[in-house]
Design a protein around this ligand. Sequence first.
Ligand code: GLV
Length: 323
Amino acid sequence: MKKVYVTRRIPQPALDLLEAECCLEVNPHDRVLGREELLEAASDAEGLLCLLTDQVDADLLDQMPRLKIVANCAVGFDNIDIPACTTRGVAVSNTPGVLTETTADMAWALLMTAARKVVEADRYVRDGKFKAWAPMLFLGQEVNHRVLGVIGMGRIGRAVARRASGFNMGVVYHDASRLTPEEERQLGVEYRDLKDLLQEADYISLHVPLNDQTRHLIGAQELKLMKKSAYLVNTSRGPVIDEKALVRALTNNDLAGAALDVYENEPELAPGLVELDNVTLAPHIASATVQTRTKMAVMAAENLLAGLKGEKIPNLVNKELKL
Ligand code: GLV
């Protein structure tokens, strides 16, 4: 049986699938493995089921000569050097689709939490400070009837945009490629240049993949363009925002607040971020529901098994690979 290594414990249904057909090994520790540890356990594996916390680069690949497929248990694959995999004949797969609605839900949860000061309010009640209703207590910002700006109009961006109609919001979007007029009409969204979107939106939510075009897409200049009353939500990838510039902008109240699920150097936070009151912080949990994490793991396992058997890999990323 072919050896498969799973870099972290994942939901059991995925492990059961792999176990039935492979010689399965799973990282026994509840933490990310270092390079040495990973290689010690997995250098002879033919399949690697990994997570976004694992860096798959040329150095690792060169030390895993039997590897046929890297099945990432995530939709984003910026942790994997795709050209390095392709030149070595290693297939890469991801888990698109199954986490779309879940991630959109979380973007909205963060948006609402920031706008209505839910975290501060919770702390206030727990601290025993709630003595009486007060007319000026925790005044937040209106969400309904305001303008949502979606940057990145792929699957998740669209799911976020669709939810806005329930709040009677206007939605503007920016993307490297524009939707068709029919798609724009169906979603009720209007296209804007990035600069115009930044100036117009009351809430901005990021849904781009991380690549050379999107790294630091939101930097000091872009933050300056935002309304002072606006909020920035990020459930995509941390490096899409220049986090140090964001700390400066939040400190200067150039924008009203931010709500972040992802960070530029995860799990590190930019200096000063944690001291700010106008930011809501979550530990990269946008797809973290029992249902979705199970679907992602099963999908990754199915991709991996297909790759090992030489079958068509359902969610192949490096389609240029000659299999
Ligand atoms: C999570 O961040 C993912 O890319 O699936």
